[in-house]
Design a protein around this ligand. Structure first.
Ligand code: SAH
Length: 346
C-alpha cells in the first residue's frame, strides 16, 4: 500500500459523498448506492460495485483509498479471542481484538498508533503516541473484524490502543458512520468509548447528544494512588473527573461504567475497596473489575481471586453493580498494545 494523499472512502460521511458526486457531475442518489456496497454488502473493491458505472468507479478510485489496512498477524487464543495486527499505509501497526461471547461478536478497536497517557501497566503507551488514526482507518478495523468473524459485528468497544478522546474528531466521525442507518447501522448503545479520564472529552461527549456507552478507567480511589498508576490524573484529578461523570449521568441519564484494573497489593486492598465505595456511591454507576494482565514492562502482579471477591462484596453491599472481566486471550497477549509492541520493538 502506498501512502495516500487521498481520503479513505470509509471515512467519508454520506452528505460529503453526495456533495462530491454532485461536484463530479454525478447524481446525488449514487451516494446511497455506494454506501450500500460499502456497509451492507461490505465489498472489498470498487469493481464489486456492479450498479456503478466503470467511469464513476474509476473516478472514485482516483479520489479515494479503499483499503486502509493490510492484515499481517492473526493470533488465535484457546478462549476464542482473536487478535489481529494490521499495517497502515505508512507502515505503522495497529491491533484489534475479536471477542466472541454467546451471541455477541465484539470487536475492540484502536483509536491511535500508541498513546500519550502512559498508564504504568498498559503496553500501548510505553513509547508514546505516533499519530492519530483517521476515521476511515477505524471504520476499516470494524469491517475487517466482521470479515474475519464471517458474521455481523454486534458490539464495538474503543478499548484497543490509544485514547479515543485524544483523537476526538476522527473517533466521532467513525462512530457517526458506524451508527448511521444508511451506513454500518450499529446502534449507538452497542458502541462503547473508553477514556483514561480526559475530562474535556467527557464534557464534549455529553454535549454531543449521541447515546454511546461511556467507560471511564478509574483504577484507583484516591489521587495519590491514581497519579502513581495514571499520570493523566495530574492533568485532571479525581474531583474534576467525578464531577464531570456526575454531570454526564445527570444530563444524559446514562450510566457510566468505571473500569478498575486490579493490581495485587497496590489498588486491591480493603482500604481501597472502602474508598472506592465512598467515591462512587453518590451517583448511579457500574464497576468493571479487570484483574491485571501482567506485562514485561511493569512489575505489578494480578490480584488474587480473594481480593477480587472482597471488592465484589464491598461494591455489592453498597448497591453498586459490579462485573469482572477475567482476561481473555492472555495467551495471545491481549492486553492493550502487547502484540504491536512485540512487532515494533525499537
Ligand atoms: N485509553 C482508553 C482505552 C484503552 S485501554 C482508556 O484508558 O480507557 C482499555 C482498558 O484496559 C483501560 O481500562 C486500561 O487501563 C486497561 N488496561 C490496559 N492495560 C492493561 C493491563 N495490562 N491489564 C489490565 N487492564 C489493562
Amino acid at each position: 500500500m502506498s501512502a495516500p494523499n487521498k481520503q479513505f472512502i470509509h471515512g467519508i460521511l454520506l452528505d460529503e459523498l453526495q456533495a462530491w458526486l454532485v461536484a463530479s457531475g454525478e447524481p446525488k442518489f449514487r451516494a446511497k448506492q455506494i454506501w450500500q456496497w460499502l456497509y451492507h454488502q461490505c465489498v472489498h473493491s470498487w469493481d464489486e460495485m456492479t450498479n456503478i458505472s466503470k467511469t464513476l468507479r474509476e473516478k472514485l478510485a482516483e479520489a479515494f483509498v479503499f483499503q486502509a489496512l493490510e492484515p499481517v498477524v492473526d493470533q488465535d487464543s484457546s478462549t476464542g479471542t482473536r487478535k489481529l495486527l494490521s499495517r497502515l499505509h505508512d507502515g505503522q501497526m495497529i491491533e484489534e481484538v475479536l471477542i466472541p461471547a454467546d451471541d455477541r461478536r465484539t470487536v475492540c478497536v484502536s483509536s491511535q498508533v500508541g498513546c500519550v497517557f502512559g498508564c504504568v501497566f498498559c503496553a500501548s503507551g510505553q513509547h508514546g503516541v505516533t499519530r492519530n488514526l483517521q476515521a476511515g482507518e477505524i471504520v476499516s478495523e470494524v469491517l475487517l473484524a466482521q470479515k474475519e468473524y464471517g458474521d455481523r459485528i454486534t458490539n464495538i468497544v474503543f478499548m484497543g490502543i490509544g485514547e479515543p478522546f485524544d483523537n476526538y474528531e476522527e473517533v466521532m466521525r467513525a462512530i457517526r458512520i458506524l451508527n448511521d442507518p444508511d451506513g454500518f447501522c450499529l446502534g449507538a448503545r452497542r458502541i462503547t468509548v473508553s477514556t483514561c479520564g480526559v475530562v474535556p472529552g467527557i464534557q464534549r461527549l455529553l454535549e454531543e447528544g449521541i447515546q454511546v456507552e461511556l467507560s471511564v478507567s478509574l483504577h484507583a480511589p484516591n489521587d495519590e494512588l491514581r497519579s502513581e498508576l495514571m499520570p493523566v490524573n495530574f492533568s485532571w484529578p479525581l474531583n474534576e473527573l467525578i464531577d464531570v461523570c456526575k454531570r454526564y449521568t445527570q444530563i444524559t441519564k446514562r450510566i457510566i461504567t468505571f473500569e478498575y484494573t486490579m493490581v495485587r497489593d497496590v489498588n486491591d486492598t480493603e482500604v481501597c475497596a472502602r474508598e472506592l465505595v465512598a467515591l462512587l456511591r453518590t451517583f448511579p454507576c457500574r464497576v468493571n473489575l479487570i484483574p491485571l494482565s501482567e506485562i514485561d514492562e511493569y512489575d505489578g502482579k494480578t490480584s488474587r481471586p480473594e481480593s477480587v471477591k472482597m471488592f465484589i462484596r464491598y461494591l455489592q453491599k453498597a448497591g453498586i453493580n459490579v462485573t469482572v472481566r477475567w482476561s481473555k486471550g492472555l495467551d495471545v497477549n491481549a492486553a492493550c498494545g502487547q502484540l504491536r509492541a512485540q512487532h515494533t520493538e525499537a
